[in-house]
Design a protein around this ligand. Structure first.
Ligand code: PRX
Length: 650
């Protein structure tokens, strides 16, 4: 839209920037014209034990095979630690800021080396080998980083499960990748409240055992010293084990395409998928995007507020920044504890230069009022980022005007778990900003917009967002199910990677992500399959059928609206509503709690029995004047009842 506000690159942003607009244009053109040459050059940004001779060997057609730098040999932990020791052994690698504002710690690269080597030796001592899957279910403490890096050091494949997931969800992820070693903590601590991680792990291991996967060891980090159950043959204290092994561990020689990690993510159907990332291409892409998107300079203090349980935490708390020798801040707490000034207090305390957070946090802090921001100086801030969901222009403007005081560029970074790193984003010294637009593709990324029939939309227009060319950081497969990988991402529009997002391109070639076009909802930046929440609801013995849709929510971006049909004879009571919410929390975790439950005697179905979600979405949005064509419904009267009992009346 031509009336959109544009914020031009300010002279100060350009002054020492790594990339200006001319360089962006040139590099982008080169990256698309000759990817082998471009990535052949930039692949050298990491150290290789054996250099690659082949750069790209990838195709989105047929069986979909993606390989980058395939004959190169390297190690991720070596690149994130060892190679920096000579120059910056005494530089802080990780600043840890605890939930309690008086609790913090700094870990130098030398110290990181020793912690990671010890953790790696503990894993080895207990029989973890190259290729084995290790599940990490941890709070935001430095040991989570040690655990991940230790896996990469010995070639084990980590699967980090967000600490907010329930025992059932954890068990599902342990079983899917047949992981027999779990690393956890006694308890987590967030916003002054404890999270029973070890207790959840114990429950998950029992569930996994009933599904034929036996966890042999649990390595437990002491965080709170709270009371936990202990199983002598299985459980190991991290502090005892780490003291019993050597402080050096040779990094394993890994091929570029050896698996690095699995991260489970939700899709529109079935259970969460194990997204598999591999070694070389991922690290090249994570480190390169970290450097250029955030205009990272040596010596910058960099803070990404994500949790290591999500891909943002993998690529932009750990791997990207550490590969670049950065000082990365890891925060255990939440934005509003002990007060809504917390983020800005931390920025001032540690003189943070680059700050990366999510729209949901920005909206919540905006709602708390400007005075919480204005108490702080924020003078150190040079670049601010946003990720996880579309940022509405009001929140963008507040971030820019109030937090950044009109002086700090915002990079609205669009990407996905599957992508490994940022695909569409401004570069601070190069890109004029438009609030709400992720702007332009990163080097080597070729977006394409197609309509529902797959026809390519050129120039300005809206449709479904695909990526037509492979990039080094992308996922290689769904763990254990390559067919599902092909069907999920490459079958809708043959030979193209389909993102599941809707998108508009404006007259400047800027991309505006409009949100998911499939049955995935995005709640506070957490991605959720409606099918997962539905299956949690119907697993309750009083529920016969459920349909879940998203609706606009002021803080969370989207809220979860559930339509529930009860078994015959069951009364629809408030108590049952509470019970169902608790049931979903138990099955998946608190992040999946339904915001609204509407008891529905019937759901709108076509004559062939398909639920018409379009209608359910409209009713959830309280926009039932625009229900569209309902003539194909088997029983149109159902709709009147749903409208009458809707839970979101404005
Ligand atoms: O819908 C897009 C939204 O988040 C989805 C990916 O979620 P996940 O795999 O959990 O990764 C989140 C962090 C990388 C996308 O399909 N999304 C992410 N970033 C943005 C976004 N939507 C709009 N603008 C963004 N900047």
């Amino acid at each position: 839209m031509s009336d959109t506000k544009v914020y031009r690159v300010q002279p100060a942003w350009k002054k020492d920037a790594l990339i200006d607009n001319d360089t962006y244009q040139k590099w982008y053109a080169d990256s698309v014209k000759d990817p082998d040459k471009f990535w052949g050059k930039h692949g050298k940004r990491i150290d290789w034990f054996k250099p690659y001779t082949k750069v790209k060997n990838a195709s989105f057609g047929g069986n979909v095979s993606i390989k980058w730098f395939e004959d190169g040999v390297t190690n991720v932990s070596y690149n994130c630690i060892d190679r920096h020791l000579k120059k910056r052994g005494n530089q802080t690698a990780i600043i840890w800021e605890g939930d309690n504002p008086y609790d913090d710690r700094k870990i130098t690269y030398n110290e990181l080396y020793e912690h990671v080597c010890r953790m790696a030796n503990v894993l080895k001592k207990h029989g973890v080998k190259r290729g084995d899957r290790v599940t990490i279910y941890m709070p935001m403490i430095p040991e989570a980083a040690y655990a991940m890096l230790a896996c990469t050091r010995i070639g084990a494949v980590h699967s980090v499960v967000f600490g907010g997931f329930s025992p059932d969800a954890l068990a599902g992820r342990i079983v899917d990748c047949e992981s027999t070693f779990v690393i956890t903590a006694d308890e987590g601590l967030r916003g002054g409240r404890t999270i029973p991680l070890k207790e959840n792990t114990d429950k998950a291991i029992d569930i996994a055992a009933r599904n034929n996967v036996t966890v042999k060891n649990v390595l437990v980090v002491r965080r709170t010293a709270g009371k936990i159950a202990w199983f002598d043959k299985r459980d190991l204290w991290y502090h005892d084990e780490a003291a019993s092994v050597k402080p050096d561990c040779k990094p394993a020689e890994m091929k570029a395409e050896d698996p690095l990690f699995i991260l489970y993510t939700s899709g529109s159907t079935g259970k969460p998928k194990g997204v598999l990332h591999t070694t070389g291409g991922y690290l090249v892409y994570a480190s390169m995007t970290h450097q250029y998107v955030f205009d990272y300079h040596d010596g910058d203090i960099y803070w990404c507020t994500a949790d290591v349980g999500w891909v943002t935490g993998h690529s932009y708390i750990l791997y990207g920044p550490l590969a670049n020798g950065a000082t990365t801040l890891m925060f255990e707490g939440v934005p509003n504890y002990p007060s809504p000034s917390r983020f800005w207090d931390v920025v001032d305390k540690h003189k943070v230069n680059i700050f990366y957070t999510a729209p949901t946090a920005i909206r919540a802090l905006m709602g708390a009022g400007d005075e919480w921001v204005k108490k702080s100086s924020r003078k150190s801030l040079r670049v601010m980022g946003s990720v996880g969901e579309p940022i509405n222009p009001e929140a963008w403007e507040w971030y820019f005007n109030v937090v950044g005081e009109k002086k700090v560029p915002i990079v609205d970074t669009w990407w996905q778990t599957e992508n490994g790193g940022i695909l569409i984003s401004p570069l601070p010294g190069a890109t004029d900003l438009k609030p709400g637009s992720a702007t332009r593709p990163f080097f080597g990324v070729v977006p394409q917009i197609v309509d529902n029939d797959g026809e390519v939309i050129e120039g300005t227009g809206s449709g479904n967002l695909c990526i037509t060319e492979p990039w080094p950081g992308m996922m290689r497969t769904v763990y254990g199910d390559h067919q599902r990988f092909i069907e999920t991402y490459f079958a809708t529009y043959k030979g193209k990677y389909f993102t599941g997002d809707g998108c508009r391109r404006d007259e400047d070639g800027y991309y505006w992500i409009t949100g998911r076009v499939d049955d995935v909802i995005n709640v506070s930046g957490h991605r959720m399959g409606t099918a997962e929440v539905e299956s949690a609801l119907v697993s309750h013995d009083k529920v016969s059928e459920a349909a879940v849709v998203g609706y606009p929510h002021d803080i969370k971006g989207q809220g979860i609206y559930s339509y529930v049909t009860l078994m015959a004879g069951v009364d629809a009571t408030e108590d049952l509503r509470t019970e169902l919410i608790a049931h979903v929390r138990k099955e998946i975790g608190p992040i999946a709690s339904p915001d609204k439950i509407q008891f529905a005697p019937g759901l709108p179905k076509t004559r062939s029995g398909k639920i018409m979600r379009r209608i359910l979405r409209k009713i959830a949005e309280d926009d039932f004047g625009a229900l569209g064509d309902t003539s194909t419904l088997a029983d149109p009267a159902v709709v009147d009842d749903l409208i009458e009992h809707r839970q979101n009346k404005k």
